[in-house]
Write a new protein. Sequence first.
Length: 278
Amino acid sequence: MIIWLASYPKSGNTWVRAMLSSLLYTDDGYFNVKNLYKIDNYPNRQYFKNFVNDFRNIHEIKKYWILSQDKMNLDNRVKFFKTHNALCKLDNYSFSNSENTLGTIYIVRDPRNVITSIVNHFNYTYEQAKNFMFNSAQVTYPDVDQSYGAAAILGSWSDHYNHWTKNNQKLLLIKYEDLILNTENELKKIVNFINKYKKIDTNEKKIKNCLKTTSFENLKKSEEEGSFKENMKNKKTGEKIKFFYMGKKNKWENLLDKKIKLQIEQKFFKEMKELNYL
């Protein structure tokens, strides 16, 4: 059975995954990038390799969402997966179901800050990033030289948030902004939620070690040392784009054009109001 770490891209999912892997797969809480990949991405081509040949074709991938999860869950063990896929139906094919899902930790971030990270991550202009976030049919595709990715359907930022959080009885909602303000408190919320399904062996020292070694500065250092493999590549230069970009310094107030800001607030007014972003 799966516990999903779900989010729209560039919302803090990898940070949560780093903290959680440090608690799940070590005795002392110290972060090791190798443990990060024990919480795998989904959809990932290894789970579809017996079903499809084209991992960039969402209309092939969608047919095997449930079957691939059924197969993974034959051992009846609790598993953790990071996903950016929307919890949706695509042509009557459901992304997941109650038979395969134990619970969901959904990380949400102010879309005015998401867009600045999208600009960096995909090497987009702000106009391109806005169109990406507004597109209800948005799909992401793995780079052609990636050995692990598969196509994922996102929808728009608001679609994604609503798909995962509405009528979801086994949900823990985590705001990125709360993670920044009180990381320890939010991490303990996550631990308490997971403990309903799988006991995590923690103590205060282990949590302190986890928080220290998964700070933005330390994760950025791991990336600079070359041990991180989830960077996108600049399509013009072929160079890796920094994954851990600005962290706490990413403040839309200092970066966002007034016109783009107003368009985001108008497009996502209902959800931003609900989340107290407005």
